[in-house]
Design a protein around this ligand. Structure first.
Ligand code: C2O
Length: 536
């Protein structure tokens, strides 16, 4: 492969949205940030220079980072943050992956405005396993706050209450004309009648799963999380923060201006947030303005619509792109994920309690030095490796809060032997909020072999697992009050974060990490750290 150099200057920039302006943290002054292009097999070097007052780190979400955990990016997990005035070169090779992924800041809530697309083309001369579209377009979905997002979360942590929700959703950085500020146009893109276009759709929102639809046009889904799927047609796409979806549309309608929308999906029947972002597809000969062919958003709690989409996803599993689902399992793990309430004497607004989140009743405590460094240099006292394989009190979902809400704090890792196989059942506890948890695993793709509502049953449910062509991805929604089962091979040595990609839940502690040992072969060990690795 080729070597590709990028320079990411992290700078503050004023941005005007919803008829008001505020300074935001950006890469190269852009929101969303620049697209990183590469081909499968290329080596990418991104020099990140921090010109802002915050500590910064960038994560290449979904890039496997085989043996290069140092370039993964989550602050205090694989690296110390890049401090103001400092820089760091992320150096990684893209192995065995092609498709759409995203990069984003992985510290505090900077991801709100510090994010962008990663487009990985197949190796030169290798075609897509579907007809080549006429053109491609990156479509990044996001959220917009009128106030400063760092202030939003800091205020919430102090009070013990949930933070404010965003003021708008965005498509390629814009809420669109139908979102309340009539003078600001939304994103639009031009199509020619009869041609087909591939949309590389990314959910970069902090806290919201989204529905995505286009008036009058069906979407043919061909890939998710940079893995090909069996193509299928749909009206509606559902996409969680951290997930990506490639879908093809054909401009086969009457010439006109068609709305493209992004609206929230949440199992909760309470309409917390009903803001819809709009963009426009313009047929040749029409002019940019408000779309005239509209489409209505699914209700926020349209769980059936979401499930229909999710259940349609299958690995392509062709000769060229086989689904290598682990069949024999070395580690069988069962993690509860959910929210709870802990005492907090100083939380006045929260009446002396605060919302916390946990995995197997452990609320993860961020260390003050990076775990991967502590592991590599054998620094004692930074973490322990006693993360429980099962919840401490056996879990029973009844629909009302169970008794095992209490959490303990700790920086606990679960240790996996190199190349061992893992089955992980993620069980939502649905305490407090009826919300899906989009769980993201760093360093690996996994196969989603099963899913259900209520309690996972270890005798009955595995009999129904799909071990032939389950969808392979890096982020999966654990259904509200239900479970998913995933499988992966621990073939990447290092420290790998697992967390809810709703940033508010991560902040509350819905996270843990795996420690994968080195293997015995010459190419089975974590590489030594780069010289410019930031120090804490
Ligand atoms: Cu996209 Cu750990 O995150």
């Amino acid at each position: 492969g080729r070597i590709r150099h990028y320079k990411f200057n992290v700078v503050t920039k004023n941005a005007n949205r919803l008829c008001s302006s505020k300074p935001i943290v950006t890469v190269n002054g852009r929101f969303p940030g620049p697209t990183l292009y590469a081909r499968e097999g290329d080596t990418v070097l991104v020099k990140v220079v921090n010109h802002v007052k915050y500590n910064v780190s960038i994560h290449w979400h979904g890039i496997r980072q085989l043996r290069t955990g140092w370039a993964d990016g989550p602050a205090y997990i694989t690296q110390c943050p890049i401090q103001p005035g400092q820089n760091y070169v992320y150096n990684f090779t893209i192995t065995g992956q092609r498709g759409t992924l995203l990069w984003h800041a992985h510290i505090l809530w900077l991801r709100a405005t510090v994010h962008g697309a990663i487009v990985i083309l197949p190796k030169l001369g290798v075609p897509y396993p579907f007809p080549k579209p006429h053109m491609e377009q990156v479509v990044i979905l996001g959220e917009w706050w009128k106030s400063d997002t760092e202030a939003v979360i800091n205020q919430a942590l102090k009070s013990g209450l949930a933070p404010n929700v965003s003021d708008a959703h965005t498509i390629n950085g814009h809420p669109g004309r139908l979102a309340g500020c009539k003078t600001q146009g939304g994103f639009h893109f031009n199509v020619e009648k009869g041609k087909s276009y591939m949309l590389r759709i990314i959910n970069a929102a902090l806290n919201e799963e989204l529905f995505f639809k286009i008036a009058g046009h069906k979407l043919t889904v061909v890939e998710v999380d940079a893995v090909y799927v069996k193509p299928f047609k749909t009206d509606t796409i559902v996409i969680a923060p951290g997930q990506t979806t490639n879908a093809i549309i054909t401009a086969d309608m009457k010439s006109g201006k068609y709305a493209m929308i992004a609206s929230p999906f949440m199992d909760s029947p309470v309409a917390v947030d009903n803001k819809t972002a709009t963009a426009t597809i313009l047929y040749t000969g029409t002019q940019a303005s408000t779309p005239t062919s509209l489409v209505s958003a699914p209700p926020q709690n349209a769980t059936a619509v979401a499930n229909k989409f999710i259940d349609s996803l299958r690995s392509l599993n062709s000769k060229k792109y086989p689904a290598k689902v682990p069949l024999k399992i070395d580690h069988s793990l069962y993690f509860t994920v959910g929210l709870g309430i802990n005492p907090c004497p100083t939380c006045k607004a929260g009446n002396g309690s605060r919302v916390v989140a946990s995995v197997n009743n452990v609320t993860f405590v961020m260390p003050t030095t990076a775990l991967l460094q502590a592991h590599y240099f054998k620094t004692k006292g930074v973490f322990t490796t006693d993360f429980p394989a099962n919840p401490p009190v056996s879990f029973n979902f009844t629909g009302t809060p169970p008794s095992n809400m209490a959490t303990t704090n700790g920086t606990k890792l679960y240790r996996l032997k190199y190349n061992s196989t893992v089955q992980l059942v993620l069980q939502d506890t649905s305490i407090i909020a009826a919300e899906n948890h989009p769980i993201h695993l760093h360093g690996f793709n996994f196969f989603a072999v099963g899913k259900g509502i209520g309690n996972y049953n270890s005798k009955r449910d595995p009999k129904k697992f799909n071990l032939i062509d389950p969808v392979e991805r890096n982020t999966i929604g654990v259904p509200s009050g239900g479970w998913v089962a995933i499988r992966f091979r621990a073939d990447n040595p290092g420290v790998w974060f697992l967390h809810c990609h709703l940033e508010v839940h991560t902040t509350w502690g819905l996270k843990m990490a795996f420690l994968v040992d080195n293997g015995n072969g010459p190419n089975e060990s974590l590489l030594p750290p780069p010289k410019d690795l930031p120090q804490c």
